[in-house]
Unconditional design. Structure first.
Length: 200
């Protein structure tokens, strides 16, 4: 890998330690990922490694601990994903997904720490009206690329998929973010309702 043009790798995490193992259904998956990250850092240190951290209800109480641990294990950049990834294909569904307010509270702690160690934090899946002071870290509206090549070698348009899987609410028309906001994941609205959203 050190001899290739590869600039960045993205490693998904579904929780800290055994929580990640449980979600992946592979015992030891978390430690295996950490060992892999350490190997890359030793042998191909110029490659940046981003953690794509999926936020779940069971994983919320250890989110700060996970962030510290990953940072100390060589992760350079953090992307926290709420409810669904940019394709809406991988995510934390239904009641396993925490309320946005609780997630934002924990994410603020993660941001405080990452700001201190000078590592970027990006956030996707949360509507601006529910993101509070993390609004400036939301990224899906600013993606330079919205196409993904899957294992079947076909190109999927992520923006189109998100349009299909997200929904605008009746009051969105009066929101100043209406032009750029993509709305809320339908899956989240089905399990948690719309009470956390209001026009900005
Ligand atoms: S457009 Fe709707 S969902 Fe988006 S930020 Fe505004 S109120 Fe929230």
């Amino acid at each position: 890998m050190n001899k290739t043009a590869l600039r960045k790798m993205i490693v998904p995490f579904f929780g800290f330690s055994q929580e990640h193992d449980r979600s992946c259904r592979v015992e030891g998956a978390f430690l295996q990922a950490i060992e892999g990250i350490k190997n890359i850092k030793s042998f191909a240190p110029r490659i940046k490694i981003e953690a794509a951290v999926f936020i779940s209800g069971p994983g919320l109480k250890t989110l700060a601990e996970l962030t510290h641990y990953l940072s100390n294990s060589g992760i350079d950049e953090f992307r926290f994903i709420f409810s669904g990834d940019s394709l809406g294909l991988t995510g934390v569904k239904g009641r396993l997904c925490p309320a946005i307010s609780g997630a934002v509270r924990e994410l603020k702690k993660a941001r405080k720490f990452l700001d201190q160690v000078n590592k970027p934090l990006q956030l996707e899946g949360i509507a601006p009206c529910a993101a509070s002071s993390l609004k400036d870290r939301l990224i899906e509206y600013r993606y330079p690329f919205n196409e993904v090549i899957g294992l079947d070698a076909k190109i999927a348009g992520s923006r189109k998929i998100r349009e299909h899987k997200k929904e605008k609410l009746p009051f969105c028309k009066s929101c100043q973010e209406n032009g750029s906001c993509e709305g809320v994941w339908k899956e989240y609205l089905r399990s948690h309702g719309k009470s956390e959203f209001k026009p900005l």
